[in-house]
Design a protein around this ligand. Structure first.
Ligand code: F6R
Length: 243
């Protein structure tokens, strides 16, 4: 698509269509996987518009977020809890108990990851997992070298990730959490459908690696070549490196 705003609009209309087609209701929830980051912000705004226009309800939608930092208070402006509540959940009619974000302050982080996988299974699996990627091809916090069959787990973040994220923490690398909880590549692969949003020239190498070379755990997004129903929604800039 032409640019990032058209990608956002397209993605939101795709979500609207999928939820509407499914016709959720009591005992029949649509299950959505969600990312944070800059890329999906425009999509969230459009979804909020659809809700306000009375075209879309989240009353029977259950959500699972991809990841969360370890040890950041929930109300810290960089926590993914804070992001999701402020950018999306509080503006729509989702039941708070149905909006699942990993708890990076859980006393037992391994148990928290297991609980999250169990919740996804109990919800009947994810219908549509939406994701974004980093310039190094990471999906969620599955950095280069992550197992392509990984499940939700605790990850110690690579130095490059800390460097890339320090801009959100007053440019002070010592303030960036060293660990995160993240869904695995395998967790996302299990979704019935996957939609990855990719915009900007800085993601163009990752997009080329993802679709034009072999499946490779150094570019974890390439795993979706083997998904039965995966969709990459890209802007022109992101396609610069495609042959
Ligand atoms: C988000 C996530 C990441 C981001 C990726 C891109 O929950 O896990 O994979 O989608 O880092 O971030 P932005 O959109 O800020 O470029």
């Amino acid at each position: 698509l032409e640019d990032a705003s058209i990608v956002a609009d397209w993605a939101a209309r795709f979500v609207l269509q999928r939820i509407t087609q499914f016709a959720p209701g009591p005992g029949r929830h649509f299950v959505l996987g969600l990312p944070t980051g800059g890329t999906p912000l425009g999509m969230y705004r459009r979804l909020i518009d659809f809700h306000k226009e009375g075209r879309l309800s989240f009353k029977y939608v259950t959500t699972f977020n991809m990841d969360e930092y370890v040890g950041l208070p929930r109300d810290h402006p960089e926590s993914y809890h804070y992001y999701m509540w402020n950018e999306f959940f509080k503006h729509v009619d989702i039941e708070p108990g149905n909006a699942h974000v990993l708890d990076g302050n859980a006393p037992d982080l391994v148990a928290e990851c297991r609980r999250f996988e169990d919740l996804i299974a109990a919800a009947g699996g994810v219908h549509l997992f939406i994701g974004g990627i980093g310039p190094d091809g990471h999906i969620a916090f599955n950095e280069p070298g992550s197992s392509l069959v990984s499940r939700t787990r605790v990850k110690t973040l690579a130095y490059d990730t800390l460097e890339a994220n320090k801009r959100f923490f007053g440019n002070d690398i010592s303030k960036v959490p060293r660990q995160a909880l993240t869904v695995g590549v395998g967790t996302v692969m299990d979704a019935k459908e996957v939609m990855i949003l990719i915009t900007g020239v800085h993601k163009s190498l990752a997009l080329a690696k993802a679709v034009e070379e072999g499946v490779n755990h150094m570019w974890t997004v390439s795993a979706f070549q083997q998904h039965a129903q995966a969709l990459f929604v890209c802007d022109e800039d992101a396609t610069l490196e495609l042959r």
